[in-house]
Design a protein around this ligand. Structure first.
Ligand SMILES: C[S@@+](CC[C@H](N)C(=O)[O-])C[C@H]1O[C@@H](n2cnc3c(N)ncnc32)[C@H](O)[C@@H]1O
Length: 229
């Protein structure tokens, strides 16, 4: 178990959806997922302050993917492969995760980690703008996972929703944005991002072709299932 102490949390507005002590408790129940490479990936994120999705959400990604028998996943914003680690375990040897990231250094790091756990051959990692790569990639997906820059969330939803198979999932991280979506006037990281996330969440929750819910763990994860025809 890499972290036994409760995390120090930057929460100036007091808006974090789930009490960090409760998340810490949940974290203590994840020991069966321990793996030396996973620990390394998490340690790297702590040292570099890199915004990985985290173990609690990672586990939910793997389980959701297994529950729908996912084989093909598209990730908007893969970082160095932490979320792909979880999807990679779920899709099995014949599965594929299309990873995207604008920073080529992340691809190199993802290859090191994911090769070490035997998942790299399931990954097609494309460096560039995720929305362009998606448009250039053919076919339908079992899961489209969105963790890119938040200003692009509404457009990513619009493009992704058409290419999720019936029964498949759209999943997006950070949809509660440390609680900023729930209050007016919070200081934002980048202008317009809170508004973009709000629009994104509204679009999804009003879409008649999908059923959706938000898991408030960590920074909030929306899960939307495309209804069967
Ligand atoms: C929050 S991190 C992704 C973390 C990753 N999903 C995980 O859990 O480990 C976002 C990453 O997406 C990349 N990114 C953001 N917007 C992007 C875009 N539109 N196209 C490609 N990469 C993008 C950033 O470079 C960053 O590495």
């Amino acid at each position: 178990m890499p972290i036994l102490q409760p995390p120090v949390v930057d929460n100036p507005d007091g808006l974090i959806p789930v009490n960090p002590m409760i998340e810490h408790y949940m974290y203590t129940l994840t020991e069966q997922f321990d793996h030396p490479i996973l620990d390394e990936m998490e340690a790297f994120a702590r040292v570099r302050n890199f915004p990985i999705v985290g173990r609690l959400v990672g586990i939910s990604l793997e389980i959701l993917a297994k529950m729908i028998g996912a084989h093909r996943v598209f990730e908007f914003g893969s970082g160095y492969g932490y979320s792909a680690y979880w999807f990679g375990k779920a899709v099995g040897p014949d599965g594929q995760i299309v990873c995207t990231d604008s920073n080529p250094v992340n691809q190199e790091r993802a290859e090191q980690y994911l090769a070490a756990v035997g998942i790299w051959e399931r990954v097609k990692f494309c460096t560039g703008y995720a929305q362009d790569i998606f448009a250039q990639t053919d076919g339908m997906f079992d899961i489209c996972y969105n963790d890119a820059d938040k200003g692009g969330y509404p457009d990513i939803w619009r493009m992704a929703k058409e290419r999720i198979r019936p029964g498949g999932l759209y999943i997006a991280d950070n949809v509660l944005w440390r609680g900023r979506v729930a209050v007016d006037g919070s200081a934002d990281i980048k202008p317009g991002w809170t508004e973009a996330i709000r629009e994104h969440n509204q679009l999804i929750c009003k879409d008649p072709e999908f059923d959706a819910f938000i898991n408030p763990t960590r920074d909030g994860v929306i899960v939307a299932r495309r209804k069967m025809a």
